[in-house]
Design a protein around this ligand. Structure first.
Ligand code: NDP
Ligand code: ZN
Length: 179
């Protein structure tokens, strides 16, 4: 990566760390939320060899609009239209009921742009890994298993753009039998 590309990836890491600073994951230790976007970017960069700064920035920023007070305008100003577009593609509309949002993720997957596919697939892979190693504290085995099944349905529409990432998702999905 060139210097300007490294700089924007670091800027995205700092922006996300600041925006998620009050948030925790749902595991029993209430881990810092920022560990998750970093894990998604790390999976893409270091397990899949992705070097596209748009994908890596979008991975770091993927939950900022959905889960913090970050606005689309703020992202456009700081990171430009391309990165912001990918973040918007992977952002759920939280005004909709949860069941509908879950269904829309399945339906929208096959229409996602190449970059959004990478981020979404890596996000689901990281969440399945977490579900197996540091799951939401109060979830039943059935609820965790349901999450694996739903993630599998979303990812069915995302497959085929990165064989290594597809394989890593499949490895994570096989953790279902241990939850
Ligand atoms: P949620 O969307 O509420 O929670 C899962 C999300 O939490 C993940 O996608 C992830 O999103 C985030 N997350 C935060 N911490 C963790 C962690 N430690 N490990 C993994 N993910 C974490 O899930 P749902 O309510 O949709 O539940 C999933 C399934 O369970 C559904 O299919 C639903 O039908 C079923 N269900 C079962 C219930 C039951 O009691 N049996 C009740 C409700 C639903 P992000 O990457 O955005 O942070
Ligand atoms: Zn996420």
């Amino acid at each position: 990566m060139r210097g300007t590309e490294i700089a924007i990836v670091i800027k995205a890491a700092r922006f996300a760390a600041d925006k998620h600073r009050q948030q925790r994951r749902k595991d029993v230790d209430a881990s810092p939320y920022i560990n998750h976007p970093i894990a998604v970017a790390d999976l893409l960069a270091n397990e899949c060899g992705v070097t596209d700064p748009v994908a890596l920035c979008a991975a770091l920023l993927h939950d900022t609009i959905e889960d913090t007070d970050t606005t689309e305008q703020e992202l456009r100003q700081a990171f430009g239209d391309e990165i912001t577009g990918v973040v918007l593609e992977v952002t759920d509309d939280k005004t909709l009921a949860k069941k509908l949002r879950k269904q829309l993720q399945i339906e929208h997957a096959r229409h996602a742009s190449p970059c959004a596919r990478l981020v979404k697939l890596a996000d689901k892979t990281c969440n399945l890994r977490d579900m197996a190693t540091a799951p939401p504290a109060d979830w039943s085995a059935q609820r965790k298993a349901d999450y694996f099944d739903w993630a599998g349905e979303v990812v069915a529409g995302l497959r085929g753009s990165h064989p290594k990432l597809d394989a890593l998702f499949d490895d994570a999905w096989r953790l279902k039998e241990f939850v």
